[in-house]
Design a protein around this ligand. Structure first.
Ligand SMILES: [Fe+2]
Length: 153
């Protein structure tokens, strides 16, 4: 059925293994939900499908935020607020799904998630990944200097 996200694209890769793995899972989850949500007739099942996504989104966000804390990311609060905002929006969508038992509503949820994922990953998460990669490069540049000091000693 409908697969709003299509296939995984290389431009979603940020170059940070842990984040990329989780994003890939998140991406597949949205696609699976797109199929199952449209076919699920049972309201409880529809709610549980959204719950599954909600739980994973929370896990993934905490994981990203812990990484931001660890590496003292300067834009941490702004990024975290965007995560909180999505969780809130998901709860609203979840309520809509319970109240409006129509496929159009499920389709809107998936469309919203797909757009959110692409926008957030390619813009907001990209900034954090670039910050991490810059730190890594800076760290790498320092190593030969330290090494030469130790060999001289
Ligand atoms: Fe993020």
């Amino acid at each position: 059925m409908s697969k709003h996200l299509g296939e995984w694209k290389e431009c979603y890769e940020l170059g940070i293994e842990d984040i990329d793995l989780q994003h890939h899972f998140f991406f597949n989850l949205i696609n699976r939900l797109a199929n199952e949500l449209l076919q699920a007739k049972d309201v409880q099942f529809r709610m549980d499908l959204i719950n599954e996504l909600n739980a994973y989104a929370k896990f993934h966000f905490i994981s990203e935020e812990n990484m931001m804390r660890k590496y003292e990311y300067p834009d941490f609060l702004h990024h975290r607020n965007l995560h909180i905002e999505l969780i809130g929006q998901l709860s609203t969508k979840e309520n809509m799904l319970i109240l409006v038992d129509e496929n159009a509503e499920a389709d809107a949820v998936i469309l919203f998630l797909g757009e959110w994922f692409q926008d957030h990953t390619r813009n907001i998460d990209r900034k954090f990944a670039d910050y991490l990669l810059e730190m890594e490069t800076a760290d790498c540049m320092q190593q030969p200097k330290e090494k030469s000091i130790t060999t001289e000693n």
